[in-house]
Design a protein around this ligand. Structure first.
Ligand code: CMP
Length: 139
């Protein structure tokens, strides 16, 4: 099932600001089918593991502190060309395009409302990090 699934997290800032419903609506209106979904809170250890690729970056501790500051919503989404289309929907980390989710709801480069996998390979790794196979719905 390559090329048709991506992984997302609605981040603590978006949830705290009451933007969860609007973001999920925008995702489903854009043709993504939710096949797994959970409200959860990352432990410091889990957050550091998820973002291990950034462990040498200057912003690493800021990123971890932010990601454990409140609940997140983790989800697996299905659509043809899911990774690329979802990254277009959320917008870039820096200067997201007008109308994208980050353009509408991010408040800083760190507090950027939403995550989207950057490759099919990472979509699988990140989905497996948060969900068991039996938590993924087959419609
Ligand atoms: P995301 O692309 O989902 O995954 C890496 C995260 O690190 C990114 O979202 C931001 O939340 C954060 N990030 C990236 N660049 C910076 C930066 N320069 N300063 C602070 N946080 C950053």
């Amino acid at each position: 099932m390559t090329n048709n699934r991506t992984f997302t997290m609605i981040k603590p800032d978006a949830i705290a600001q009451g933007n969860t419903g609007a973001i999920i609506q925008k995702i489903t209106n854009s043709g993504f089918k939710i096949v797994a979904l959970k409200l959860t809170k990352l432990s410091p250890e889990k957050a550091a593991e998820f973002y291990a690729i950034h462990k040498d970056k200057k912003f690493f501790q800021e990123l971890i502190d932010f990601m454990i500051s409140g609940p997140i919503i983790a989800a697996i989404l299905e659509k043809k060309n899911a990774v690329e289309d979802f990254r277009a929907l959320i917008g870039a980390t820096v200067d997201p395009a007008e109308g994208t989710i980050r353009n509408l709801y991010a408040t800083s480069i760190s507090n950027n409302a939403i995550h989207g996998s950057d490759s099919d390979e990472n979509a699988v790794i990140e989905s497996t990090f948060h969900f068991n196979e039996n938590e993924i719905i087959q419609y």
